[in-house]
Design a protein around this ligand. Structure first.
Ligand SMILES: Cc1cc2nc3c(=O)[nH]c(=O)nc-3n(C[C@H](O)[C@H](O)[C@H](O)COP(=O)(O)O)c2cc1C
Length: 326
């Protein structure tokens, strides 16, 4: 009997596939369908800090402007956005039995931190922070990003008791050191990685356009690399691998590299909820063939701890595969 249960960031999951934060989880009935397909947890779409701010600005510009009303308007808009989000948490909790993880996408101010405790009170089982700050400043060094992230994590830890995880980008410099520092300051788990807006150009119109909104399976390689490195160096850190997981093979590979769970998003948009059940079936079949009864038997089997110096390992592979290519 194959057991697909796993623990992630203090949550007990019936399966390792978590639905990534997106419009997929905007509707509680859809979230229930995702749960029925086998999802182990649901991450709700993010509450964006600037989404709230922009809406407030639009209202104050478009209506007849009464300065004395602005404060009220601002607080009303903010409250309304938040209330909608809190209702989404409550309604999703009413229909789903798997853990429901709320999500906040933030990058600068800490005004949203007050919301974190409301999210907990609304019944969310955990909170995922999508820390989305990219420094392009010519004098900032990596420490600026690290310090900002630590500051946010410390403040959130003070206001919530539910588990909270941090979703980061691979462009944060030394991923391992950042994860280590954020864990030391209270984060319970990490999502490696989020996926930024991909810029592209329409050459006919000479215009900036968005690149593909969905990931490609090839994007899994970077996810595998860093999952293996972080899990090998920080064995007590709870990890959800994310980005480029499009089927059971990706799930199996991420767990072999040391992930406790994985997040799927693009694959569900592209193939429907059935990709979850198919991936779980494929994973179970592969585990049977390999004589594994549970995920713990192969989690981290191929992580960086198995290669004493992964840099040398990667360097040798690079030399081997690329040096003789004509
Ligand atoms: C349409 C769409 C909407 C998304 N919305 C959010 C969001 O609100 N918050 C968030 O943290 N990530 C969001 N993401 C990113 C996904 O959660 C995920 O991190 C990313 O797509 C990489 O995983 P994948 O390769 O499985 O798609 C969104 C992705 C897509 C495709």
């Amino acid at each position: 009997m194959i057991d697909l249960k796993t623990q992630y960031a203090g949550l007990q999951l019936k399966s390792p596939i978590i639905v990534g934060s997106s419009g997929l989880t905007r509707n509680p009935n859809k979230s229930k369908e995702l749960e029925d397909a086998g999802a182990g947890a649901i991450v709700l779409k993010s509450l964006f800090e600037e989404q709230i701010e922009i809406q407030i600005d639009q209202v104050s510009k478009s209506s007849d402007y009464y300065p004395e009303a602005e404060d009220y308007l601002r607080s009303y808009m903010k409250q309304n956005q938040l209330q909608e989000y809190l209702d989404l948490i409550k309604r999703t909790k009413e229909v789903c039995t798997v853990p429901v993880i709320a999500s906040i996408n933030c990058y600068k101010s800490d005004a949203w931190i007050e919301f974190a405790s409301e999210i907990e009170k609304a019944g969310a089982d955990a909170l995922e922070l999508n820390l989305f700050f990219v420094s392009t400043d010519i004098v900032h060094n990596g420490a600026v990003v690290r310090d900002l992230y630590i500051d946010v994590v410390k403040k959130v830890r003070k206001v919530v008791t539910i588990p909270f995880t941090v979703k980061i980008s691979q462009n944060v410099g030394n991923v391992t050191a950042l994860v280590n520092a954020l864990k030391a300051n209270g984060a319970d788990g990490f999502v490696l990685f989020n996926r930024y807006f991909q810029p592209d150009i329409n050459l006919k119109k000479m215009e900036l356009i968005p690149g593909s909104i969905f990931s490609r399976p090839e994007e899994l390689y970077e996810t595998l690399r860093w999952t293996a490195i972080v899990s090998g160096k920080l064995p007590n850190v709870s990890l959800a691998a994310s980005r480029g997981i499009h089927g059971w093979e990706g799930v199996a590979k991420c767990i072999l590299m040391g992930a406790n769970a994985v997040q799927m998003c693009s694959a569900i948009y592209q193939s429907g909820t059935r990709i979850i059940s198919e991936s779980l079936e494929g994973l179970s079949k592969w585990m049977e063939e390999q004589n594994f009864q549970n995920l713990g038997q192969f989690r981290g089997l191929l992580n960086s701890a198995k290669f004493p110096n992964p840099t040398i390992y990667e360097r040798h592979q690079f030399m081997k595969y690329y040096s003789n290519r004509e």
